[in-house]
Design a protein around this ligand. Structure first.
Ligand code: NAG
Ligand code: NAG
Ligand code: NAG
Ligand code: NAG
Ligand code: NAG
Length: 944
């Protein structure tokens, strides 16, 4: 349902004056029509639609066909000139020999909204050379659009959109070359795959252009905006189409402008205020920036406005008060701040409002309830505080209310929402509300589809859920629900539930008599951060994402898990599961994230990674796995993270890892890996940016060949700052429910071993410490210019500290301690202004310690155990040192939000998309603890 606005096409209304002597319809034409009719069956119309197909009134060939429904004839000649069979439930094929093409006097042909069962557009259409109007839209045509259409040179209106059609390479240009009289051109969803020819701007009679979702690319010809008669322009959903919006003058007749989900950029010009007839403006999901022009005031005819998800400047909502005709207002993620503006109160026609993902603050105004037409209200992910106003119960038409992730508080009675009889989507999670549910609440008549009652201070499963048999999403996370999941709970919406989140409660297990879990269509199940003390519960085979991490599960993994063939995300980390991994895990062919870290598994990692492996993350850290590694891991060519740290794997460095083109993070730390590191040809991890081989038995020289080819350690990804994540989407009836799963990682940074629950792609680190590497530190290490952390400590390295280290200008932590390094510390290292941790202790370094800048912040322990070092901070003075005052310290503060890590945080964010991909985040939110941080980051990163 992406097309909210319709083109105000020519609609044929028979208003012709009644002529007394009109010839009857010609027999051959009436025969042709009847023959045409016979090639189709008439589908049963849907219950909500008018029951009549026009064609069913066509009965005998004796009657005058000019009188039939949908047929019109020329008053003088009696020839059929117009045929309108739109929405007639026709089903069947149509080809060039169809008797339809005998109606050569046709000027008007409308076959829209039927089902021609993948027919090609018939070449016979060229026989209808008098056509001025041709509409074949949404009628299940497929294949290439034939060039015969170009012979219809009289065409004024051509609509062939919403089929599975494509247009060959120069197709669009030939249309604009040949069909010079076009006023209306609709090619939506036709696969065009080209740029837009600039001569489209020469067709000065054009009033309406719809090229939405045509996979167009290149720069949009600006002249098209200036077509003197253009009322409607829609090029939405061409993500590779670039362009900018020009100045408009007051004579522009534009009424509809759709640029949504393109790559249009730049500012919206002030002169947009000149478009006094504009009633629909959709620029959602583009790259527009700058302010929302104050001249928006002048667009008083607007009924539909979407500015969502651009890069507009911070601004307020105050400009909105004049748009009193608005019915749909989408301002998701437009950098709004301040209170919900009182001017919104003027917009009494509003049906849908999206103000989510902004910085709005203050209470939810009680006058909002005066907007009584409201069906849909999105306010999620703002800073709204205070109670939910009682007046909200006046919004009798409300169907969707989303208040997720604000700072609302106070007690709210669930009965309040039961007064909203149409409400089927209620999302209160992520606030600090105390939801009071009357135990006698009778919701038999009110069926919810989406119910978010996370962090609502619930101590029990709400009893009214017993009557809810249509729920698709149920979120009860972050409450204080204790005990077992009993039988009745497992029966809640047994057949409809798709997403269930019970995370962060005190649940201990399932009623033993249940066997497998009963929800037959469940796709996402979150049970993490509970007290489950049972063996691993097995979700139904429909499951896609299953997270039961951070419980006390014990015992072995049941082989039954291998039946979950749709499973893509599996997180069993932080439990006490034990035993061998079952060989049958190889059946999980869709697995993308496989997280078993911090359990007690042992034995070899089985050969479960088959050809076509889709795994992107494997974490087996902190188990008792023994080596060697399964070579089948090489099948996982999409692997981004491999974490096998803290096991007992004994193997050579797996050089086949080199050929995993996507590998970004490799952690083999604290195992029994040994041997020499040499790259396998020149592949060598083009994307690697974290490698931790510490605490193994590697020997030989440091791998300078690798240092040479680790491209992604030399410069940052052009893509800018993102978190490493897996995106997921689960379909529910209203639309998709998006979620983002961040990869966690354990790493030592600045000397402290820490678990990071979210990794930025710009974090670059090498840890080769505690091995038996020998020889010199190769100069080439200075090429890895974006390194944050370099740890080569506890090896047997000799030689001096290479001067090239001064090139590592992002370095925050450098540990070379406990080696056999000699020579002086290069003075130039004082220029590493980000360096917060330096350790060169226990080497054979000599000479003066560099002074000033960062070096004045390091303590004795950084330099201990080097007989020959002298100078501050050591007490040993250097011979012949002059007492110079060191330059002032420019200690760089920890970068706060720009630090590559966010600590102690394991978010799973989910979004809900409805129609226009409006989103909601739900999930693993430690709302109270990490609330502020969460607010900051997700506002940046979420797709439209
Ligand atoms: C946009 O361009 C990219 C890169 O050329 C291509 O992979 C993608 O399919 C294009 N998208 C559309 C909608 O045409
Ligand atoms: C806005 O409307 C006012 C009054 O009609 C007019 O004076 C002004 O020029 C308009 N501004 C723009 C940018 O169209
Ligand atoms: C509300 O609408 C009236 C009439 O259209 C207008 O005069 C007034 O300025 C509007 N209020 C705000 C706050 O924009
Ligand atoms: C909202 O409606 C109520 C009752 O219709 C009215 O008394 C009140 O003044 C309205 N509030 C505003 C801010 O318009
Ligand atoms: C709940 O309401 C329905 C419909 O009004 C009624 O049939 C049913 O008996 C009620 N249930 C209870 C437990 O009161």
């Amino acid at each position: 349902m992406r097309f909210l606005f319709f083109l105000w096409g020519l609609s044929l209304i028979s208003v012709g004056s009644f002529s007394t002597v009109r010839p009857l319809c010609h027999d051959d034409e009436s025969f042709a029509l009847l023959q045409f009719k016979q090639t189709f069956t008439i589908n049963q119309p849907p219950s909500y639609a008018p029951a009549n197909s026009k064609i069913s009134s066509w009965l005998t060939h004796n009657s005058d066909c000019c009188m039939w429904d949908g047929v019109q004839c020329d008053e003088n000649t009696g020839y059929v000139t117009s045929l309108d069979l739109s929405s007639s439930y026709l089903y069947g094929s149509i080809n060039s020999s169809s008797s339809l093409f005998q109606l050569v006097h046709l000027q008007w042909l409308n076959l829209a909204n039927n089902n021609f069962n993948h027919s090609r557009v018939p070449l016979g259409v060229r026989q209808l050379s008098k056509l001025t109007y041709l509409n074949l839209s949404n009628s299940a045509f497929s294949g290439q659009i034939p060039s015969e259409i170009l012979q219809l040179s009289k065409l004024v209106s051509l609509d062939i959109g919403l089929n599975s059609l494509s247009l060959h390479k120069h197709g669009l240009k030939s249309i604009t070359d040949k069909l010079m009289n076009l006023e209306e051109l609709v090619l939506s969803e036709v696969e065009i795959l080209s740029t837009i020819p600039s001569n489209l701007a020469n067709l000065s009679s054009l009033t309406s252009i719809d090229l939405s979702d045509c996979r167009l690319h290149g720069e949009f010809p600006i002249g098209i905006f200036q077509l003197p008669n253009l009322k409607s322009l829609n090029v939405s959903f061409n993500s590779n189409l670039t362009g900018h919006v020009p100045e408009f003058n007051r004579s522009s007749p534009l009424e509809v402008l759709g640029l949504a989900f393109t790559s249009f950029s730049g500012m919206l010009p002030d002169s947009i205020g000149n478009l006094k007839s504009l009633f629909s403006l959709d620029v959602g999901g583009c790259n527009f920036s700058g302010p929302i022009p104050s001249t928006f005031d002048n667009l008083t005819e607007l009924t539909y406005l979407r500015l969502s998800s651009n890069n507009f400047n911070l601004g307020t909502l105050s400009w909105v008060g004049k748009h009193t005709k608005l019915t749909h207002l989408y301002l998701k993620s437009t950098n709004l701040f301040g209170f919900i503006s009182f001017s919104l109160r003027n917009l009494t026609q509003l049906k849908t409002v999206h103000l989510g993902y902004n910085h709005l603050t203050g209470p939810i105004p009680s006058w909002l309830a005066n907007l009584t037409q409201l069906n849909i209200l999105w306010l999620q992910a703002n800073n709204l505080y205070g109670p939910i106003p009682m007046s909200i119960s006046n919004l009798k038409n409300l169907q969707i209310l989303d208040l997720f992730l604000n700072q609302l508080s106070g007690t709210v009675k669930f009965d309040l929402f039961l007064e909203l009889k149409s409400l089927f989507y209620l999302q209160l999670s992520g606030n600090d509300l105390s939801l009071h549910i009357n135990p006698n609440t009778n919701t038999t008549l009110q069926k919810f589809k989406v119910l978010g009652l996370g962090s609502c201070h619930l101590n029990d499963f709400p009893d009214f859920l017993r009557n809810q048999d249509q729920l698709e999403v149920l979120l009860l996370d972050n409450n204080t629900i204790h005990g077992q999941i009993t039988k009745w709970i497992a029966n809640v919406s047994k057949d409809s539930l798709v997403i269930l989140d019970l995370s962060a409660n005190f649940l201990t297990g399932f009623d033993q008599t249940l066997g497998t879990l009963p929800w037959t269509g469940l796709k996402k199940l979150d049970l993490f951060d509970n007290k489950f003390q049972v063996s691993l519960p097995i979700p139904p085979p429909s499951i896609i994402s299953y997270d039961i991490s951070n419980n006390s599960l014990h015992g072995e993994i049941s082989q039954m898990i291998c039946n979950l063939s749709s499973l893509s995300y599996l997180d069993l980390s932080y439990n006490n599961l034990s035993g061998f991994l079952p060989q049958c895990l190889r059946n999980l062919r869709n697995l993308s994230v496989f997280n078993l870290q911090h359990n007690n598994f042992h034995g070899r990692i089985p050969q479960i990674f088959l050809e076509g492996c889709k795994l992107r993350m494997i974490s087996l850290n902190h188990n008792g796995f023994q080596g060697p590694l399964p070579s089948s891991l090489a099948n996982c060519t999409m692997l981004e993270i491999l974490d096998l740290g803290n096991n007992h794997i004994i193997d050579f460095f797996p050089s086949w890892l080199d050929i995993l083109p996507e590998l970004r993070i490799l952690i083999l730390q604290s195992n029994g890996f040994h041997g020499i590191l040499t790259p396998n040809a020149n592949f060598g991890f083009p994307k690697l940016h974290v490698i931790d081989l510490s605490n193994n038995n590697f020997s030989g020289k440091l791998p300078s060949e690798y240092f040479q080819i680790w491209k992604s350690m030399k410069s940052f990804d052009a893509g800018g700052l993102t978190y490493m994540k897996a995106n997921g989407q689960v379909q529910i009836s209203i639309n998709g429910w998006f979620f983002i799963l961040y990869y966690p990682m354990t790493f030592t940074i600045k000397g402290i071993r820490t678990e990071y629950e979210k990794i930025q792609n710009i974090f670059v680190a090498i840890d080769l410490s505690s091995n038996r590497f020998e020889g010199e530190i190769p100069k080439i290490v200075g090429n890895l210019r974006v390194l944050h952390t370099l740890n080569l400590s506890k090896n047997i390295l000799t030689g001096s500290i290479p001067l090239s280290l001064v090139n590592l200008t992002n370095l925050e932590s450098l540990d070379l301690s406990q080696n056999m390094l000699s020579g002086e510390i290069p003075m130039q290292l004082v220029d590493l202004t980000f360096l917060a941790v330096l350790n060169v202790s226990h080497n054979h370094l000599t000479g003066p310690i560099p002074e000033g800048k960062q070096f004045s912040t390091f303590e004795n322990s950084s330099f201990d155990g080097n007989e020959g070092l002298c100078g501050s901070p050591l007490s040993k003075k250097c011979a012949g040192s002059k007492d110079l005052t060191p330059p002032p310290s420019i200690f760089v503060e920890d970068q706060g939000s720009e630090s590559p890590f966010e600590f102690d945080w394991k978010p799973v964010m989910m979004g809900y998309g409805c129609g226009f991909i409006v989103g909601v985040f739900v999930g693993k939110i430690m709302i109270k603890r990490k609330y502020d941080w969460f607010r900051k980051t997700f506002a940046v990163g979420h797709p439209t």
